[in-house]
Design a binder for this molecule. Sequence first.
Ligand code: BMA
Length: 343
Amino acid sequence: MKGHSLWTKLILRSYHWKPTSKIIRYENNPVLSAKDIPYPATLIFNAGVVKFKGKYLMAFRDDFRFDPVFKKKLRTHIGLATSDDGIHFTPFDKPFIDFDAIHKGEVERMYDPRLTIIDNELYLCFAQDTKHGLRGGIARIFDDLSGYEILSLSVPDNRNMVLFPEKINGKFLRLERPMPVYSRGGKELFDAWISFSPDLKYWGESSLLLPQEKVPFSNCKVGPAAPPVKTDKGWLVLFHAVKKDKRLLKNGWERRWTKVYTAGLMLLDTDDPTKIIGIYDQPLLFPQAPYELYGGFRNNAIFPCGMVLEEDGEVKIYYGAGDTVTCLATARVEDLIDLCIKK
Ligand code: BMA
């Protein structure tokens, strides 16, 4: 794997992406990994985070009983953890969504949790693999965190749903990434869409928000990352953007993995979030740190699912690194807005 690392670095350098000094990776990353989890855990990543009842609440993906020779399908729990400072997280004793409890009949697993609070209710967006396709779902989590009820599930194939933390003009809003393989020439050219709902159950008025080709650092797919955060200049939205590069050879534990996942940033209009008012022309985060480049299940994957805006203007971004660990990076909200709108 070490031999490939140099090669990977050279390829990434050939993209000429400019790192920004406006975002700082937490020096003791990762903030959560398999060794912290008191139940079977191998890959701990793609975590959603909100502030709930005076604490930080994290929902993370736990792929466990992973077979490095990749002979068995991954099993996945969704776990919860809490923290007083947004940095040191303590996981619950048991998984919140236990693989064995849902892996029956049609449903195969649930993963990539994103958390949002709307009117004091806690919601979870998730992806669900089923025997007949991949569905995006929304659930309400009970106030005492004892369980959840599913409110809606899309038809296949759709995922990466995130909810806005408030209604606009009386309607709930979500961003999502449908996966229209057939109608896009069999290629993975996916885009970010926006939809509305009166009740979180029935969704419609869908429109294209961010077409893949509008993102200069992607040649593959783009989709929502963390739930939007409201600022006085508009909705700050993180998205994932994927670049495919055949030169990348093998990366990580998987037999072949030639994608680079980066985090992009855009600003949507406060009252009409179907309008993009600014977009940063570089990836906000791209693989640079050792835990992003080497030793992961899928190296070169940066996948944010949580963003918290603090009262003092600090933004905490939680992201999966290498599909293996959960990391934190911070920025100032005004800097992020500037990146989107400064020319
Ligand atoms: C996406 C999702 C994410 C994952 C990413 C990179 O398609 O499956 O859960 O982090 O790929 O592997």
